[in-house]
Design a protein around this ligand. Structure first.
Ligand SMILES: Cc1cc2nc3c(=O)[nH]c(=O)nc-3n(C[C@H](O)[C@H](O)[C@H](O)COP(=O)(O)O)c2cc1C
Length: 222
């Protein structure tokens, strides 16, 4: 395929190769030109002999940091999360406390809030304590539209999960595994993996866990 070079990446792809601008904007999330990630397709110039790699959203920290003008793009130059101020960043983290114990005694609550407080980003904290969340029943009702058809306390959490940019999920260790409440909560994320899984694809997640003894306060066991 012949193409004119010395032009912008946008010109090459859209004007010369006929790729739709919408497709470039919405679907092509990562562009590597001559080994370097591209943030602005209008100013990146393609030269004779240039190599190009294009991708839809890549998962993990790699994908997030190499994405076009991504919020953590500064990770590339060796910068740390701390070089993005709260004001600059629009990343919002959803923190999940999967313990059923009260805030003041829950090790998971303490751990999740510590992690959240030490990021440079805004966050919202949700506790699963007292919530009625059943596990996935494999009805496959979510396959067509990525929306779970069970109606319980997860229903009101779905928009928070879908809109968050990253997650800190904490759970207590019960019998060397996740506790049932957090497990049920996560099983229901099955609803997000259909239709190319675009709802959560490429978002970042951190899982933290707490094990050990039950603490006693004022002689009462919580
Ligand atoms: C039913 C049950 C099972 C547990 N199993 C384990 C275990 O296998 N290993 C472990 O290290 N701690 C275990 N623990 C202790 C909890 O992981 C520990 O108390 C943890 O702090 C709970 O987190 P939380 O304080 O946020 O509720 C268990 C606790 C309960 C109630």
């Amino acid at each position: 395929m012949k193409a004119q070079v010395g032009c912008s990446f946008q010109n090459l792809l859209c004007e010369q190769l006929g790729v739709g601008e919408d497709y470039l904007t919405n679907r092509i999330q990562t562009i590597i030109l001559d080994g370097k990630p591209v943030d602005d397709e209008n100013t990146a110039i393609v030269h004779d002999g240039s190599t190009l790699a294009l991708s839809i959203a890549l998962g993990s920290i790699f994908g997030a940091s190499f994405r076009k003008a991504g919020v953590v793009a500064s990770f590339r130059s060796g910068g740390a999360a701390s070089c993005i101020s709260r004001e600059e960043a629009f990343m919002k983290i959803l923190g999940i406390v999967g313990s059923s114990r009260k805030e003041g005694v829950s090790g998971v609550h303490q751990l999740v809030t510590t992690v959240l407080e030490n990021t440079a980003f805004d966050y919202e904290l949700v506790t699963l304590r007292g919530k009625k969340i059943g596990g996935c029943i494999a009805c496959l009702g979510c396959v067509k539209d990525n929306i779970c058809k069970l109606n319980d306390d997860l229903t009101e959490l779905r928009p928070l999960i879908a809109e968050a940019d990253a997650y800190v999920i904490g759970a207590p260790n019960y019998y060397s595994a996740l506790n049932a409440l957090t497990h049920a909560f996560l099983e229901r994320w099955y609803q997000f993996r259909h239709q190319e899984g675009d709802t959560l694809w490429g978002k970042l997640g951190v899982a933290v866990g707490v094990g050990g003894g039950i603490r006693y306060h004022s002689g009462r066991r919580y």
